[in-house]
Write a protein that binds this ligand. Sequence first.
Ligand code: SAM
Length: 271
Amino acid sequence: MNYRHVYHAGNFADVVKHVALVAILLHLKKKDAGFAVLDSHAGRGVYDLTGEEAARTGEARAGVARLMDLRDEMPPALATYLQLVKEGGPARYPGSPLLAARLLRTQDRLTAIEKHPEEFAALKDALAPYANAAVENGDGYARAVKLLPPPSRRGLVVFDPPFESPDEFETLAQAIRDAVRKFANGIFLIWYPIKSQAAADAFTGEVLAGGVQKALTVDTQISAPEGNLDRAGLLVINPPYGFDVEMYAAAEILAPLLRADIAVKWRAGTP
Ligand SMILES: C[S@@+](CC[C@H](N)C(=O)[O-])C[C@H]1O[C@@H](n2cnc3c(N)ncnc32)[C@H](O)[C@@H]1O
């Protein structure tokens, strides 16, 4: 295993992804009916931003650390994200499965899948206090597709792979197509790096051609040191009502703090 998220946790891309995740979860909680969250590439659940790894890249310092003095009125997703981040403190930055676990009600369920044994062991510990969170050690693509649709028939699937392998875009696109076929009304939150516009367009084009009715992208670009990731995308399939407005509002606050351009764009269907 080469990829370890601890080097990147809390960076600009994590902030935008995690605010989007919280926005979707807050929407799902508007109805009493229970929902399911499937996190296919969950990571370790909690990250020490004061540790040596985070210090070495400085990515969290240029990311979530810049939001700590925010006091203005904020859209609910950003406010809830910041509250959860502050509750843990910088040594316990919450990853996607922990953010989800913290927001679940008794009727909701989380399944978090992580392949790598060390990260999985940490994930298991991080989620142990949450009775309605289950962890699985395995391949997130195969397990996520297999577990769909969830018994509640409503919910969110998160695909956030490490992009270690040269054919990750193809594997991801195929898994999304399979997953959407099994859970057509599900919400899907997908993260990808943008190192080449053509590769990103080919990926989103392939997914959208698979019969997706509603989708939007959030494209975030920063100016980063040579060799560091400076641009990342989110593809959100079946974004819930009001998600776009929530993200436009969050982007207005986040963009100057992260020194980023954040573009929220409808790619299929309309609000
Ligand atoms: C980008 S990180 C996840 C970060 C996490 N979603 C978050 O936002 O906090 C990707 C994770 O996927 C794990 N991973 C790699 N290949 C996997 C696979 N085939 N199935 C499940 N997890 C995998 C890596 O070990 C890593 O922890």
